[in-house]
Design a binder for this molecule. Structure first.
Ligand code: WQD
Length: 355
């Protein structure tokens, strides 16, 4: 396991029971930090806290609430003597953001500003922000480095861009803020225990949870959105990163903030290589041992052909590198899918008659 700088910190994780937040909680605990999980449970389940207690072997501090409740966040920062905040809380579905822009700006931008107000009041000025490679828009060149021009093609991406600009202004006004801005590529997979992983509400938008549900028989086949892209096999190429590697990147960012950081620093968190949709299908077939039926469909509106990261800056400044490969990603997805399917069937089997 990645061990950080050694000093034990109190760290607030907004969105802490979510997909990325819960995996970061595991990594921070292993590095002897104390985390406070704060979540409104809009897109995560309360039993993640119990699963984290099983994995970590210690009681977790969970507070249910919304980052837009500035007074509550301020009280939490003070009550738990928080040293640093990692801000995961927010909505992240591109298609949904096109349909519900007001909700996305209220949740992601108003929520982000409320958190900054609370941190300023409580004089807590160490922040790791969860951003996204979506801010790069359609790549002008590849691999994407942190200097690549940014632009947004949907409200979700614009909320991330607005927050990045707000953070830059906050640091310019008050350099005592130490901020790490992490641009995630495509997080996939779950903890080795199979207890936590990606649990999208309803039909998954993202590729890997969808493939996992086809493999477990919950969905009939995968729709491949276009095979006429300028890529080796015609299907979309993305930089998929194991969520545990991504989580370790957050520990490295916390260490960086608390020791060597100056003001605002942006880092790509990816693997530096891309895989196509069909490569992901074949890798998953290897992991689950059965074929994944798919049909080629028209391109999905707003999709780009290829996206993958240049990861030198995180390696050089954070001393962080990905340690897990594609087989590890697919094996962990399948392990989690299995376990949740078992839990679902156990719940059905043990449910009282006629319920
Ligand atoms: C990956 C590839 C699809 C589903 C999105 C957000 C991004 C981030 C990660 C939040 C593409 C293809 C997908 C399917 C398919 N989220 N695909 N059939 O679009 O790269 O990124 O999620 O931060 O902001 O934009 O991820 O998993 O949706 O798609 O063929 O059923 O799989 O066309 O090439 P994406 P994705």
């Amino acid at each position: 396991e990645w061990k950080g700088s050694g000093k034990s910190l109190n760290i607030l994780l907004t969105g802490g029971t979510g997909y990325i937040g819960s995996h970061v909680a595991v990594v921070l605990a292993a590095a002897r930090h104390r985390t406070v999980l704060f979540d409104n449970l809009a897109n995560s389940q309360r039993d993640v806290v119990d699963k984290l207690e099983t994995i970590i072997g210690q009681k977790q501090t969970f507070v249910e609430g919304d980052v837009r409740d500035t007074a509550l966040v301020t009280a939490i920062l003070r009550a738990h003597a928080i040293d640093a905040v990692i801000h995961f809380a927010g909505a992240k579905a591109v298609g949904e953001s096109v349909a519900k822009p007001i909700e996305y700006y209220a949740n992601n931008v108003k929520g982000g500003i409320s958190l900054l107000e609370a941190m300023n009041t409580a004089q807590v000025k160490n922040l790791v922000f969860s951003s996204s490679a979506t801010v790069y828009g359609d790549p002008h060149y590849l691999p994407l480095d942190e200097e690549h021009p940014v632009s947004a093609t949907n409200p979700y991406g614009r909320t991330k861009l607005h927050m990045e600009e707000i953070l830059a202004d906050v640091v310019r006004a008050d350099p005592s803020w130490h901020i790490a801005n992490l641009r995630y590529f495509n997080p996939v997979g779950g903890h080795d225990s199979g207890l936590i992983g990606e649990t999208p509400n309803g039909i998954p938008n993202n590729l890997m949870p969808y493939i996992a549900q086809v493999a477990s028989g919950q969905l009939p086949f995968l729709r491949v959105f276009g095979n006429d892209y300028p890529t080796p096999d015609g299907t979309g190429v993305r930089d998929y990163i194991h969520v545990m590697d991504l989580a370790e990147g957050h520990l490295a960012a916390i260490d960086f903030l608390m020791t060597r950081s100056t003001e605002l620093n942006t880092f790509n968190l990816g693997t530096g290589r891309g895989y196509s949709v069909l490569e992901m299908v074949h890798a998953f077939e290897k992991a689950c041992g059965s074929p994944i039926p798919y049909h080629i469909m028209p391109r999905r509106p707003g999709d780009i052909a290829t996206c993958y990261a240049k990861v030198d800056k995180a390696a050089d400044l954070l001393g962080w590198n990905c340690r897990r490969n594609l087989d590890d990603m697919c094996a962990s997805i399948w392990r989690f899918q299995h376990r949740t399917a078992d839990e679902r069937s156990f719940a059905l089997a043990s449910a009282p008659e006629g319920c």
